[in-house]
Ligand binder design. Sequence first.
Ligand SMILES: [Zn+2]
Length: 69
Amino acid sequence: MTDQPEKIPQHKHCRNCGKAFTGDGLFCGEDCRGSAGSEAKKKIRKLFLVWLLIVGVTIAAAAVYYMAQ
Ligand SMILES: [Zn+2]
């Protein structure tokens, strides 16, 4: 018995679509890298808007409280 067990090439799963691929990086291709990047940007933008809303409401509440004195 000299047969060696067939080696399974080391592979990763794409962070965006979950497809198995070989090579460097976190994504299977440029398309997934691009769409994942824009998704992350959208998320950051949304978080920033929520933060802005909280700050705005806090300032408005403080202004109302101050004026009511
Ligand atoms: Zn992918």
